[in-house]
Write a protein that binds this ligand. Structure first.
Ligand SMILES: Nc1ncnc2c1ncn2[C@@H]1O[C@H](COP(=O)(O)OP(=O)(O)OP(=O)(O)O)[C@@H](O)[C@H]1O
Ligand SMILES: [Zn+2]
Length: 812
């Protein structure tokens, strides 16, 4: 033992953020920085990541006993140097523990599963032991006898045998010092293997052996088969009517042997490979000509590809990735939500076949592990996935593509609150790779950065095949009302749908509220039915006749009478997607309508199935929440209707205009992507708002110019940095007083720092979610560095009742 490893122990706790020293035993002499290992910690076993190594010298002294590393989890280092550095950067920038940051890079929360196990304490005097035991109830006695026979036994096994009273019995035994408890660690992702059988002797010898197998037809069959096929999988044995027994006999005789091979699980395999030749348009060619040379340089470069909807951005990504693969470097391609982007996956698969690995949130940990292993071993060169794929263990990164870079799903809404774009930039920078951001509606921050020269701006201004952007009509819903029309579907939209159906073309309708009625009110007493655990109203779902909370998923049967005044005048208000579906059915009884929202897409890949059958023309109208607006490329869609452009606009958030502009522009951009012209109807109560006007002319620059002025005058990002601090408590007063205390503490330093402003504390607009009250503090600063170090000093980052969101996308 002459080397010491500094290990980041993968502890769930937020209040322990340091590395610990462990000795590297002789048997694991090959260990190096980046390996995942198993280490003892306290009286348990944990996964750890080696972050540094040092030689053990005479002078080294430790405050604690240095224990040896117990085991390894992989057959090579999991973290490359740049992955490790990215993790360190994340922990400093987003104020989380190093373990939290490193966990992002592994499949599952930890690579090992540890479990308690029990054994009896030996060396007790028989008489003394029996005396103690006799004073205990029968259950502990039974457990003790069992342990004596079978020790060591893991907790789950004991529970199976002894049921509910297991823990109480164990506690009794532990308290009386009759048994001991330790933990065992098991690797969580057990690789899958197939076993096959093959000859262990030369074919010529086998031919001779075959002659000796008189009266043993099964063995004879197997030897003959092995001579012919070299190898037979265990799983195929039954097709030849050969049993395991027969195999075992031949193995015993030394004639055959078993071979174990690892199977890599891949749920997307089976997608076809089709050669395709695409001739790039001159615009596409010019764009790719600017990217390729930088890929050859192998230096960090960052591009913003601003291309209108339907301008062929995906093809640019494909060409850039192909250039990276030619250099034998690897690519990470990020999409907002994999379930909604089947099209991009299949286009990459068509071009690159098995070289593509798809990361999906519904993959099992095992499948994820295998996918990552293929990247690590470079048997695959391209990974496509949602935000977490930015952490893929590719060994030689050449490019990171972020499609639809403006999407909010790139921000993780849980601890640590990282933004994929920033992590990607950091990784690309550390590895000398290209970062390619693409969107028809770039985020204001990214576009500003491009203006400042931090990204090279590339533009695509034309749609493929000369198709035109759709014509957009804005319908003022106040006028509709003045004309006595109360339907959620305006006259112009109804006309557009009728024309579209008549031409046998297809329509997409966007309504950003799911359910049937969005609130339930008693006409008599005015009571609105709210969730018991959250401060929001319950939404009525007609398919189940239930009220449901969209925040905590609580549900209850829809009431017939008011729970407060017992009146029968219960009324349902507000239109959700379910009600809209019903309305459409009334107006267009012959139309085939399919709904897509969270309620209709619960099962695995349901999104994909809905989009596929809609694009095959099995439905006329696709209606749903914002997921219908995302990236689909369906040529026969010529009409798009937006029921309410205002739902995002009315949020008290400085990004509400940006959200509205991009949602409308993206939704409108689904129409007229083939050779038929598209038409769009946007319904609104704010027809003169600049976000709505700009989206009706698909004009990003016009929107951006107004928006950036507004941001500047209010000093919002990109002109400042934000930090949101949320205090949680089940007690409303406690949450508020804690938040006030924190605001005072942080405020003390501020007189010297004019650049920083503390807003709040204020109750979050939805003050209570899942029985927990939330009070926010928003900090706005030219430079957050000071305030961040203050937060660390006050240890606010390690408190369990405080959440920190650096550069929040949701300030409410
Ligand atoms: N060079 C080309 N020749 C012919 N067709 C092309 C070419 N490039 C792209 N396409 C086709 O044009 C369509 C639109 O391309 P794509 O989906 O990449 O657009 P996009 O820019 O990503 O649009 P959006 O931002 O709306 O998602 C696709 O059907 C694609 O197959
Ligand atoms: Zn609720």
């Amino acid at each position: 033992m002459n080397r010491i490893a500094q290990v980041c122990v993968n502890l769930p706790a937020r209040n322990i953020d340091k590395v610990f020293s462990y000795a590297i035993p002789e048997t694991l002499h090959f260990l190096d920085i980046g390996w995942r290992v198993v280490v003892p910690f306290g009286n348990r076993t944990y996964e750890g990541f080696i972050v540094a190594l040092s030689a053990l010298s005479e002078e080294t002294s430790f405050e604690y006993e240095v224990k040896p590393i117990m085991d390894v989890l992989d057959s090579q280092a999991w973290f490359s140097d740049s992955m490790l550095q990215t993790a360190k950067w994340i922990s400093e920038y987003y104020l989380c523990t190093l373990a939290e940051a490193m966990r992002l890079f592994i499949p599952g929360k930890t690579g090992i599963k540890s479990e308690k196990q029990f054994g009896i304490i030996s060396g007790l005097e028989q008489a003394a032991m029996e005396q103690i035991l006799s004073r205990l109830p029968p259950q502990p006695q039974a457990v003790y006898d069992y342990l004596k026979k079978h020790e060591p036994v893991v907790l789950s096994k004991l529970k199976k045998v002894f049921g509910d009273y297991t823990e109480a019995a164990l506690n009794d035994l532990l308290a009386n010092k009759l048994i001991v408890c330790t933990t065992t660690a098991k690797k969580r992702s057990v690789p899958q293997f197939t076993t096959s059988v093959r000859l262990a002797i030369l074919p010529a010898e086998a031919e001779i052996y075959l002659e000796t197998l008189v009266g043993k037809p099964a063995q004879k069959r197997l030897v003959a088969l092995l001579l012919q096929k070299e190898e037979v999988k265990y799983s195929d044995l039954s097709t030849w009517q050969i049993t395991r027994d027969t195999v075992n006999r031949l193995v015993k005789a030394g004639v055959a042997e078993n071979v174990k091979q690892q199977v890599l699980r891949n749920s997307y395999s089976g997608m076809g490979l089709r050669e395709q030749t695409v001739r790039l348009t001159p615009e596409q060619q010019q764009t790719i000509d600017r990217i390729i040379p930088t890929i050859d340089e192998q230096q960090y470069r960052s591009f913003l590809l601003h291309g209108i909807t339907g301008s062929g951005k995906t093809q640019i990504y494909i060409e850039a990735v192909a250039a990276v693969r030619q250099q034998d470097r690897q690519a990470i391609v990020l999409v907002p939500e994999i379930a909604l982007t089947g099209q991009i996956v299949s286009r990459f698969k068509e071009r690159f076949g098995e070289d593509v690995v798809v990361m999906h949130s519904k993959l099992s940990i095992g499948e994820r592990h295998d996918a990552w292993q293929r990247l690590q071993e470079e048997s695959a060169g391209i990974v496509i996935g949602a935000r977490s794929a930015v952490f893929s263990p590719v060994t030689r990164l050449g490019i990171i593509v972020i499609d639809e870079e403006h999407e909010f799903t790139y921000k993780q809404e849980e601890q640590p609150h990282y933004h994929t774009r920033q992590v990607a930039a950091k990784r690309a920078e550390l590895e000398g790779a290209v970062l390619l951001l693409g969107s028809a509606t770039p985020s204001v921050e990214t576009y500003y950065e491009a203006q400042q020269g931090r990204h090279i701006l590339l533009t695509l201004n034309k749609r493929i095949d000369h198709s035109l952007l759709p014509e957009v009509q804005i319908v003022d819903m106040r006028e509709e009302l003045a004309q006595g029309r109360r339907s959620v579907i305006s006259a112009p939209l109804q006309q557009l749908l009728a024309d579209t159906l008549q031409r046998q073309e297809q329509a997409i309708i966007l309504l950003n509220r799911r359910g049937y009625a969005t609130f339930v009110l008693c006409r008599e007493c005015g009571h609105i039915i709210k969730c018991k655990h959250c401060s929001v109203s319950m939404v009525y779902h007609n398919s189940s006749n239930m009220l449901r909370c969209h925040y905590c998923q609580a549900s209850c049967p829809a009431p017939d009478i008011c729970p407060v005044c017992a009146s029968r005048y219960i009324r349902y208000f507000g239109t959700g997607t379910q009600k809209l579906e019903e309305e459409l059915g009334k107006i267009f009884p012959q139309a085939r309508v399919i709904r897509m929202d969270q309620d209709s897409t619960g099962r695995k890949m349901a999104h994909d199935r809905i989009i596929t059958s809609f694009s095959r023309g099995e439905y006329d109208i696709l209606l749903g929440t914002q997921m219908v607006a995302k990236g689909h490329d369906i040529k026969n869609v010529t009409a798009v209707g937006i029921i309410s452009a205002d739902s995002a606009l009315n949020l008290p958030d400085f990004r509400s205009a940006e959200r509205t502009f991009s949602l409308l522009t993206q939704a409108a951009g689904r129409a007229g992507r083939g050779d038929k012209a598209g038409q769009v109807v946007i319904q609104t109560y704010n027809p003169e708002h600049y976000a709505i006007m700009a989206s009706s002319s698909h004009n990003y620059e016009v929107f951006y110019r107004q928006e950036i002025e507004a941001r500047k005058s209010l000093q919002y990002p990109p002109f400042s940095e934000l930090l949101k601090l949320t205090v949680f408590s089940s007690d409303e007063n406690q949450a508020r007083s804690q938040a006030e205390h924190i605001a005072r503490q942080l405020g003390k330093e501020l007189p010297y720092d004019r650049q920083t402003e503390i807003i709040g504390p204020f109750a979050a607009p939805i003050a209570k979610i899942n029985n927990s009250y939330r009070v926010n503090i928003l900090i706005k600063s030219k430079e957050l560095a000071n305030i961040k170090s203050q937060i660390v000093e006050l240890k606010l980052n390690s408190r369990n009742d405080v959440l920190l969101d650096i550069e929040p996308l949701n300030i409410l």
